[in-house]
Design a protein around this ligand. Sequence first.
Ligand code: UFG
Length: 346
Amino acid sequence: MTVPQGKGMSSAAGGRRKRVLVTGGAGYIGSHVVRQLGEQGYEVLVYDNLSTGNDWAVLMGELVVGDLADSDQLRTVMDNFRPDAVIHFAAFIEVGESVRNPLKYFRNNSANALNLLESCRKCGVGALIFSSTAAVYGIPRENPVCEEAPLAPINPYGASKAMTERFLADLAFADDGFRYVSLRYFNVASADPQGRIGQAYRNPTHLITRALKTALGLFPRLEIFGTDYPTPDGTCVRDYIHVEDLAAAHLAALSHLFGGGSSDVFNCGYGQGYSVREVVKAVKEVTGIDFPVVESPRREGDPPVLIAANEKILRGLSWRPLYDDLRLIIQGAWDWEKTYLEKMRN
Ligand code: UFG
């Protein structure tokens, strides 16, 4: 697929477009970043095993179906494509599942990340953006939590990502030719404003998606997991970020590294929290549907409050949020859920 040539994307040396290999680029967040990369004139190759991603979600560049566990295939793909940078999304993402099946998370999220880093070094890739998570903080002592806070994950998902951050820091320390940016995502939601891509998990667990699917009648009721947390209304508080803003943070991080910037770690959130009850109320208002809600016990591995301190990313990268509004986020997710339902029926 040919994409338009963007400004400033050619290398100083040869004038060719910068090449970016995106692992997990057929997934929810990855596919939005791939779309933005293509729109900005990067040459993109997606490496994805399609375990949770979808081929139709890759709107730009080329898709190679492959697994990070397959070092030989990965190496061949890298040798042929010769990326200037890698953006690494491919990972499992469910906190609850990670508590029940920790080895699955350490294998895929940590061990496979090592395979990727080894391939990067063998192929001379010197820039990597890592899809990290606020779950590395565990239960932060302070909220909003800043990047310098201790990493103390309380579930295997967060631990598997914290481990990869450690690999990256140690590699960058040892090797002057390797730089990285870790982006610690808070709660990502919503969809492409043009409705082409969005969350398409077979068994979604995230709050906004579950609530919208309940509004559509796909689930009989929404469960609120825990109403006895030490928060104003007893339910967990999270910082919800629009996937378009999050995707833009990756392009800003890439520009930072291509511009010679040093390795760094940034929170990706808006610095404002909403409780589960507030989100449910907003979903009911946006959809106009009063779906059934029940109160259930706490879900294992959930910290009570996670809100991003975002001064560092606002200062350190050329990034400004454009969709910082819970109702706008929910509206975009709602439009997508209806489109996706039609897509699945046809
Ligand atoms: N929740 C419900 N009912 C549901 C689903 C979720 O009450 O049906 C609650 C959860 O218990 C939690 C809150 O809604 O309190 C948010 O849960 P999500 O599953 O939507 O998201 P998480 O906070 O568990 O995790 C997400 C990402 C992680 C990231 C984390 C950072 O999946 O990758 O946000 O905040 F680390």
